[in-house]
Write a protein that binds this ligand. Structure first.
Ligand SMILES: Cc1cc2nc3c(=O)[nH]c(=O)nc-3n(C[C@H](O)[C@H](O)[C@H](O)COP(=O)(O)OP(=O)(O)OC[C@H]3O[C@@H](n4cnc5c(N)ncnc54)[C@H](O)[C@@H]3O)c2cc1C
Length: 357
């Protein structure tokens, strides 16, 4: 069995979480990651480095999203406790406000597993807020966390990493030996020949990176037509991410002065501690969340290949929108479960090969 038996296409948080779930099942030596962009790169076509990132109630209330969130939260909490410094993940106190009542499904789900979950009494809510909760969240330093993941996968687990842009999904089957491809191409799924999922669209977000070492809390306000948030960045010597924007279908990587001003004034109103000489804006950037009508696609498909009459198995895992860091591990566990039959046959035939030697 060769290292290209399983290919993970994409090295954003979604692909890296899939590679991790494979490695945890003892499949690292049969796995190769292929990606045009790798941790350390900055590109409009690579979303993961631009994320906040935290766990929040921003995801939708459908059953799948709630399930992925729960698995992701438990995994990130464990990671923060066991290896938080190396992984750039930490527990952080969090407050979330809604201008309109959130769905009951979302609230029941959050109350079920979030650490220290409490409903804020109505009398303590800011003006215009219909509902609020406090809980312990997990925050991540997004660019450093994906750097941690690729290092762990490559150095600790020995997974091969190839930088390459592939022209179509069939080309991810590197040779006759490739049996399974995980398609984790983010926004690329909209244009990649053989996938070209027209339900995919970008949701642009602009954020401000600021030094604010005196701020150690996560605060979010889900408005009628806006999202405002403050996310402390672990392992960054006191930096925070201030946001934000959720612009559906907008795909420019440019940043806009009026949006920066809007972010600064909304975040100061939400957390008055920010209105201090100790807060120093450092940089402004924008990223494109890989969104999809109906939510993320985690599903298996058989496709015709370029060589011979063989078919190839693809497990799609894209469309995480604004939740790739919080839900990515849950999505990865499910993507790997979907392919359980193929993965078992890879493990068994490798045992058979060893026995014959
Ligand atoms: C401003 C902002 C704030 C955010 N905040 C949060 C947050 O607080 N919490 C949270 O959970 N999420 C947050 N997100 C969302 C999160 O960043 C995304 O859900 C996540 O990064 C998506 O990861 P991905 O791996 O699907 O895509 P990407 O990171 O874009 O990775 C796609 C990969 O596929 C590769 N690829 C694509 N096409 C090809 C090809 N043809 N050949 C080879 N390689 C290819 C790319 O090179 C790349 O390696 C935020 C996003 C933004 C923009």
């Amino acid at each position: 069995m060769k290292s290209e038996t399983i290919v993970v296409l994409g090295a954003g948080v979604i692909g890296l979480d899939v590679a991790l779930a494979l490695a945890e099942k003892g499949l690292a030596k049969y796995t190769t990651i292929i990606a045009e962009h790798l941790p350390g790169d900055t590109s409009v076509n690579y979303t993961s480095p631009w994320a906040g990132a935290n766990f929040s109630a921003i995801s939708s209330s459908d059953e799948k999203a709630l399930r992925w969130d729960k698995i992701g939260y438990k995994y990130l909490l464990r990671l923060a406790a066991q290896n938080g410094t190396r992984a750039f993940v930490q527990e952080t106190p969090s407050t979330e406000y809604w201008d309109d009542m959130p769905s009951q499904e979302k609230l029941n789900s959050m109350a079920d597993y979030l650490k220290d979950f409490c409903i804020i009494p109505k009398t303590d809510l800011p003006e215009g807020v219909a509902f609020g909760v406090t809980f312990t969240t997990v925050t991540l330093n997004a660019p450093m966390h994906i750097g941690y993941l690729i290092e762990k996968l490559h150095l600790d687990y020995g997974i091969q990493v190839i930088r390459k842009k592939i022209p179509d999904i069939q080309s991810a089957f590197l040779s006759q030996d490739t049996q399974l491809v995980f398609n984790c191409t983010g926004n690329g799924a909209r244009v990649l020949p053989g996938v070209q999922d027209s339900k995919c669209f970008p949701t642009r977000g602009q954020v401000v990176l600021a030094r604010a070492g005196h701020v150690g809390r996560n605060v979010m306000r889900h408005g009628k037509d806006y999202e405002t948030y403050i996310i402390p960045r672990p392992g960054s010597n006191g930096n925070v991410i201030l946001g934000g924007f959720m612009q559906k279908g907008v795909s420019t990587h440019d940043t806009f002065k009026e949006q920066t001003e809007s972010i600064l004034s909304r975040t100061k109103a939400l957390l008055p501690d920010l209105d201090s000489p100790m807060t120093e804006p450092l940089a402004v950037f924008a990223g494109l969340r890989p969104s999809r009508e109906g939510g993320a696609r985690v599903a298996m498909e058989e496709i015709a290949l370029n060589f011979g009459k063989r078919k190839g198995t693809v497990v799609h895992n894209y469309g995480a929108g604004g939740t790739g860091f919080q839900a990515g591990y849950g999505m990865a566990i499910e993507a790997v479960q979907i392919a359980e039959g193929v993965l078992q046959s890879i493990l068994h035939s490798s045992e058979g090969t060893r026995a014959r030697l």
